[in-house]
Design a protein around this ligand. Structure first.
Ligand code: ZN
Length: 483
């Protein structure tokens, strides 16, 4: 199903709707709750490098997705479920959750010699998915999933919409650790099977297995030196047999010398610079000296300047980059973010609007636009914001902050029932089932007969909450309050 977009008549493909009725409960919650986001404003988040939180960033996620798509197709796994995220973990790590979400660490991205390394790791994780390894011990997988969702619920937007800094404080204090013990450790047999599968998928995608070999060699060295135990090694045991298998595969591969495209190389350069700058501005300046005037370095420098509160320098750099690449949605997106934090809501909305025009298929960009519109506090802007938020909420990886903003916008419009419904959904995502049930029931009383779609949604929520409550009664009470 496609929805007509209010701005400029484009039809964004935000068609991966959450169909509450059609899915088993565990998957619903995963679908609703994955990467629920508390957005971050500038300096509020003091040291994200140490926390293992999901960083939401459209440019990074689209890049991963483009890399993964041929591998997913080769593996015969459902590309509709394809979701990949980056987290703030500084060491090399990658894992797959029970609902097929692949997470790559910022450390892995930073260390990637070229996109083949990421592609190789994605292919390996896809091997685990295709073989059903993540389902091998369902209980462990479910536990890992819950830990992941909690972590994702507290994730941060790298260059997206801004939430409420007070709320962020509460969420940040609660911690965003993905519990390592919750992650499913794969057996050596599973690892070999996943490597074998990865090699097959890469061949089908006509890509070189050099990347996965490079990553494995590096990890094997680390293991031998035992400088520190890498988190990846705890869940994916490395052995010399695995490395020699991959060496043989590279020798036999018809695509051993196929290099990533120039565009892929450049995108990775930019993402690396952006991540480095976001996670550690000081370190970024050391690694990207001022003499480096490549696009990637200036892009990263703009992010570092923003983190350091140097907004004038940051905006000047971004305007320069936009002049060079006016059709790059991510430059507009980031400028929108920066202007928003500077309290320049109207200019921010204009930047986000341009980003959305250039890339209609990206919920986080719409979320940023909606946030900037709501900040203008005019009924007209609120209406446009609500249209954007409805598209975001229908997207599968909708962040929780979109529901918060929907609650605010609907309240301002006087749509009490829909405001309450948004809050009920938010509480469900947070795992606060009791409150969610009370709110969903209240929404049903408040919604008029004409608001049929919302009424159905409220009833679906109640059904999901009922099932969840049966499954576990009191495990979800520790999620932090968002307001
Ligand atoms: Zn593995």
């Amino acid at each position: 199903m496609k929805q007509k977009n209010a701005d400029g008549g484009r039809k964004p493909d935000l068609s991966r709707h959450i169909n509450l009725r059609a899915r088993p409960v565990a998957r619903i919650l995963a679908a609703v709750a994955v990467a629920v986001v508390v957005a971050v404003g500038g300096a509020v988040f003091a040291s994200p490098a140490r926390s293992q939180s999901i960083l939401r960033d459209t440019e990074t996620e689209f890049f991963f997705r483009d890399l993964a798509l041929p591998v997913y197709e080769a593996a015969g796994v459902d590309t509709e479920r394809l979701r990949l995220f980056v987290d703030a973990e500084p060491s090399i790590n990658a894992f797959v959750t029970a609902s097929h979400i692949i997470v790559l660490s910022a450390g892995l991205v930073q260390r990637a010699a070229d996109p083949s390394d990421l592609l190789g790791v994605i292919a390996h994780e896809t091997g685990h998915i295709a073989a059903g390894h993540h389902l091998a011990t369902a209980e462990a997988a479910l536990y890992a999933e819950r830990q992941f969702l909690l972590s994702a619920a507290l994730g941060v937007v790298l260059a997206g919409a801004i939430g409420n800094p007070t709320a962020l404080g509460a969420a940040g204090a609660a911690g965003t650790e993905i519990s390592q013990k919750g992650l499913l450790a794969h057996s050596r047999a599973h690892e070999q099977a996943a490597d074998q599968a990865a090699v097959n998928y890469l061949a089908a995608a006509e890509r070189s297995p050099v990347g996965i070999l490079r990553v494995m060699r590096y990890l094997e060295e680390q293991e031998n030196l035992s400088i520190e135990v890498n988190p990846y090694l705890r869940t994916h045991p490395i052995s010399s047999e695995r490395v020699s298998f991959l060496e043989g595969a590279l020798e036999r591969s018809a695509y051993a010398d196929v290099a990533p495209s120039a565009e892929e190389m450049e995108t990775l350069r930019r993402i690396k610079a952006k991540l480095a700058a976001y996670l550690d501005p000081d370190d970024f300046h050391r690694r990207y000296p001022a003499a480096d005037v490549s696009v990637a370095a200036r892009y990263g420098r703009a992010v570092a300047n923003w983190r350091e509160g140097k907004l004038r320098e940051c905006v000047a750099l971004l305007r320069e980059l936009i002049a060079e690449e006016p059709d790059n949605p991510y430059f507009h997106e980031f400028l929108g973010q920066v202007l928003f934090t500077a309290g320049r809501a109207e200019e921010s909305a204009a930047s986000y609007r341009e980003a959305v025009r250039l890339l209609p298929d990206a919920p986080l960009l719409r979320l940023g636009w909606a946030a900037a519109l709501l900040e203008q506090r005019s009924p007209r802007a609120d209406k446009v914001a609500l249209r954007q938020l409805s598209l975001v909420n229908d997207a599968r990886e909708s962040p929780g902050v979109a529901l918060r903003l929907t609650n605010i916008a609907e309240t301002r419009q006087g749509s009490t029932g829909r405001a309450t419904l948004a809050l009920a959904e938010l509480r469900l995502i947070e795992g606060r089932l009791g409150e969610a049930a009370v709110l969903a029931q209240r929404a049903l009383r408040e919604l008029s007969e004409q608001e049929q779609a919302s009424r159905l949604r409220a009833m679906d929520l109640l059904a999901v909450i009922g099932d969840q409550t049966d499954e576990n009664d009191d495990e979800n009470d520790e999620s932090p309050p968002l307001r």
